[in-house]
Design a binder for this molecule. Structure first.
Ligand code: PMV
Length: 332
C-alpha cells in the first residue's frame, strides 16, 4: 500500500497525499485499554488526506467535504478542531519544519462504526502534513488526535491504521505482526447506529468500579481467548478462530457493550454459515465482524443482513502491508 505521496505540480507547488487504513478488532476490544492484548487487522477501506501549503501566517484548515465540515486550528469550538490543533501542535513541538496547511479528507469508513475512522483520519493527516515522519512519530501524533475524541485510547486503532496487516497489540509493548497462514475472509455489517467510543469506554470503566470481579473475570477470559486466537491464525485454524470470536462476544455482552441489534446480526451471520461473529470496536452500536470460510458464504451473510436492512461489505486479509512514500514529478 502506498501511504504517502508527494505530487509536484507544474506550477512548482506540491500536493502531499497521505492515506491510512481502517481496522477491525478480531478479539480483545475494551480489555486492551487495561493492558490485555488484542488482535486486529487493517482493511482495504480507509481515509485519504491531501495537504497543500497556505499563507505563512495561518491558520491551518481541515475540510471534510462529504460531511460538510470545515474547521481551522485556531477556532477550537468542537472536537475535530481541537484534535486537528493538538496534532499540529505535536508536529510543531518536535521541531519539524512547518508551514500552515489546508488539508482535505475523504473517508470511506462510517464514523462511529467501530472501524477506526478517527485514528485513520489522524494517521492520514499526519502523513499528508509531515511526509518525512517515521512510523513511531506518526503513531505519536495520531494519538494526540485520538485523545481528544477518546480520552483514554489503547493505541490499537492508531497502530493498525499506520501499519495495516494482522497484528497482536498490547498497550505496553505496541504491535507485533502476526504470521498468517492463509487468508482471513470477513464480513462487516453496520448496525446503522453510530456509537461513541468514549461513552462506551467510560461505561466499562464505571462497571469496573461497580462490579470489579465481573470485569476482571471477563478481561482474564479475553486475555486467554486472544492468545489462543493468535495461535489459530498462525496455524490457519479458522473454525477455531470463529469459535473464539463467538466466546469473545459473550464476554463483551457481560461488559454491557453489546446491543439487541448486534446480537441479532451475530445470530443471522451464523445462521448463514459464518464460523463466528462479534461486535468490533467499542460496541453500543457500530459494526459486527463475521468470519467466513469462502466468498460464497460471505455473500450469504451479506444477503441475510441485507434482507433485514443492515448494510455490509466483505473484506479479506492476506499479507501484511508496509508503508511506502514516493514523489511524483509534474503531475497535472
Ligand atoms: O470504536 P473504535 O473503532 O474506536 O475501537 C475502540 C476499541 C476500544 O478497545 C473499545 C478502545 C481502545 O482505545 O482500544
Amino acid at each position: 500500500m502506498t501511504v504517502a505521496r508527494i505530487d509536484r505540480l507544474r506550477d512548482g507547488s506540491t500536493v502531499r497525499v497521505g492515506s491510512a487504513c481502517g481496522k477491525l478488532i478480531l478479539l480483545g476490544e475494551h480489555a486492551v485499554v487495561y493492558g490485555a492484548p488484542a488482535l486486529a487487522v487493517g482493511i482495504d477501506r480507509g481515509v485519504r488526506a491531501e495537504a497543500t501549503s497556505c499563507g505563512d501566517d495561518g491558520p491551518s484548515h481541515l475540510r471534510v467535504p462529504a460531511w460538510n465540515i470545515a474547521v481551522d486550528d485556531r477556532v477550537m469550538d468542537n472536537d475535530l478542531a481541537r484534535a486537528f490543533s493538538a496534532l499540529i501542535k505535536a508536529v510543531r513541538s518536535d521541531g519539524r519544519a512547518w508551514r500552515p496547511q489546508t488539508v482535505e479528507l475523504r473517508a470511506d469508513l462510517p464514523p462511529g462504526g467501530g472501524l477506526g475512522c478517527s485514528a485513520a483520519m489522524g494517521v492520514a493527516i499526519t502523513r499528508a502534513i509531515d511526509p518525512g515522519a517515521d512510523e513511531g512519530a506518526i503513531q505519536q501524533y495520531a494519538m494526540e488526535w485520538e485523545r481528544v475524541f477518546h480520552g483514554n485510547p489503547s493505541g490499537v486503532d492508531a497502530a493498525v491504521a499506520a501499519r495495516g496487516g494482522c497484528v497482536f497489540y498490547r498497550k505496553s509493548d505496541g504491535l507485533e505482526p502476526v504470521r498468517m497462514r492463509g487468508v482471513l475472509r470477513l464480513c462487516v455489517g453496520d448496525s446503522g447506529r453510530p456509537s461513541s467510543t468514549k461513552v462506551m469506554v467510560d461505561s466499562v470503566a464505571r462497571l469496573r468500579v461497580e462490579r470489579p470481579r465481573l470485569v476482571a473475570e471477563a478481561f482474564d477470559g479475553v486475555r486467554t481467548l486472544v492468545q489462543t486466537a493468535r495461535e489459530a491464525i498462525e496455524t490457519g485454524d479458522t473454525p477455531a478462530l470463529g469459535r473464539l470470536m463467538d466466546q469473545n462476544q459473550v464476554l463483551l455482552g457481560r461488559l454491557g457493550v453489546s446491543t439487541d441489534e448486534i446480537e441479532r446480526m451475530c445470530l443471522l451471520s451464523r445462521s448463514a454459515g459464518a464460523l463466528g461473529g462479534k461486535l468490533t470496536g467499542a460496541g453500543g452500536g457500530g459494526c459486527v465482524v463475521a468470519l467466513v470460510s469462502s466468498t460464497r458464504i460471505a455473500e450469504q451473510v451479506l444477503s441475510v443482513w441485507r434482507s433485514v436492512g443492515y448494510r455490509g461489505f466483505a473484506t479479506s486479509v492476506a499479507v501484511e502491508t508496509r508503508s511506502r512514500t514516493w514523489e511524483t514529478e509534474a503531475a497535472p
